[in-house]
Every structure is written in C-alpha cells, then in structure tokens.
Design a protein around this ligand. Structure first.
Ligand code: ZN
Ligand code: ZN
Length: 221
C-alpha cells in the first residue's frame, strides 16, 4: 500500500485492484477519521498506518457512498476498533441491501443493516460539519453520494464523483454511475468551493480543479 501526505492533516493510502483505490486518513484534534475503507485487503494496512502515525485513535469511519469497493475493510476494522460509521441517509438503504442501486436488478448489501449512522443535517438542510470535514450531497454516481471538504487544508475528498487522467477531471465510471447527467451537475460543488486539491478514489489528485470545472460541466471532458 502506498502512503502519501496530501496536506497538513490528510494522508492517502492507495492500493491497486485493476484500478487504483484510495482511502484517506484525516488527523483531528483528538484522533483520526477514515474516509472510505477500500477493499478488504486494505484492512491490515489501514490499521497499521493509523497506529504508526501516532495521531491518536481512530474515531470514526465516514463513507462517500456504499459501493463495495468503499466499504470492504469496514468489517475487519470494526472487529478491532469500536467506531461509528457514517453515510448519507439516502445512501444507507442501498448500502444495506434494502433497495437495489438504481439500474441494478438485485440489491447488494455492502454493509450490515443498522451499522451506518446518517450524517447529521442542519435545520437548513445542509449537512453538519463533522470534525474538520464538511459533507456535501453530490448524487448521480450513487443516490446518496457525498464529498467531504476539509476547509482548513482546502482539500476535497471526492470519492467517485470523478475519475481523473493526468491531472484532468474525467467523468465517473459509466458502468457504476446510474445517472451521469446528475453526477456531472453535482460537480458544481467544485466551482463553489474552489479547493486547492481534489482527491479521487480511482484516480490521481487534481490540483486547482476549479480551473477546469467550467469546461468539465460544459461536457468538454
Ligand atoms: Zn462507486
Ligand atoms: Zn468506487
């Protein structure tokens, strides 16, 4: 597994299974949180990295969405650490297998029912800040997909909202994206927040993605 420090508080851990798979460790004041968990094979490496970092205990797991390549290490991690798992309330029934993901015939549970707690919502409907990360609902790739924005480091952890190629934004993988139009529309969040860097689960980092977002939204990529 390849480890990289992305910013003052954020590290990425990367493995390969045909495509690259990233998860992110975010250092908080009282410990660390894990954003996405990749595949089961990453369990040992994730926990070993968190121990080695000596930035405090794992406090929570936060999911961008419930596809199985983002939830694979949850079971193994929870065997060893007792931490809450968060996802958007819209995503939870799909991840639990109560509903088939749109466009799929069969429901495919990727987490145990009752395990994931919904991300808190403010009265305004916005998602509440959780530690130093602010979640934003970005549907399209999956119904309850969220990105997490680290305001202090100006880093967006974008899950499967995009892929990338040579530092350029690319659309998410077609085969696993139920509504591409909606997914592309959801990416306006990049224009709004103007992150310094954008991190993608199945691709390399994109620096200053705001410079490309108008062309992306116009369908040029
Ligand atoms: Zn996905
Ligand atoms: Zn994925």
């Amino acid at each position: 597994m390849k480890v990289k420090q992305l910013s003052k508080h954020i590290w990425s851990l990367k493995t390969w299974l045909i495509i690259p798979i990233h998860v992110w460790v975010v250092v908080e004041e009282d410990g660390v949180v894990l954003v996405d968990t990749g595949i089961g094979l990453m369990t040992k490496g994730i926990l070993a990295f968190i121990d080695k970092l000596e930035a405090g205990p794992l406090k929570a797991i936060m999911l961008t969405h419930g596809h199985s390549d983002h939830t694979g290490a949850i079971k193994g991690i929870l065997k060893q650490r007792s931490v809450p798992v968060y996802a958007h309330r819209i995503e939870i029934p799909y991840a639990e297998g109560k509903l088939p993901y749109p466009g799929r015939k069969k429901a495919q549970p990727s987490i145990e029912p009752g395990l994931a707690k919904p991300l808190q919502e403010e009265a305004s409907g916005e998602l509440a800040l959780i530690g130093s990360l602010k979640p934003y609902l970005t549907p399209g790739h999956s119904p309850g997909h969220v990105v997490y924005y680290h305001e202090q480091d100006q880093v967006m952890l974008a899950g499967d909202l995009f892929t990338s190629k040579k530092g350029q934004l690319r659309k998410p993988m077609k085969m696993f994206t139920h509504d591409m139009k909606e997914a592309v529309a959801s990416s306006v969040i990049v224009r709004k927040l103007q992150p310094k860097r954008l991190e993608i689960c199945h691709g390399d980092s994109v620096l200053l993605p705001g410079q490309q977002i108008d062309a992306y939204l116009a369908g040029q990529y």
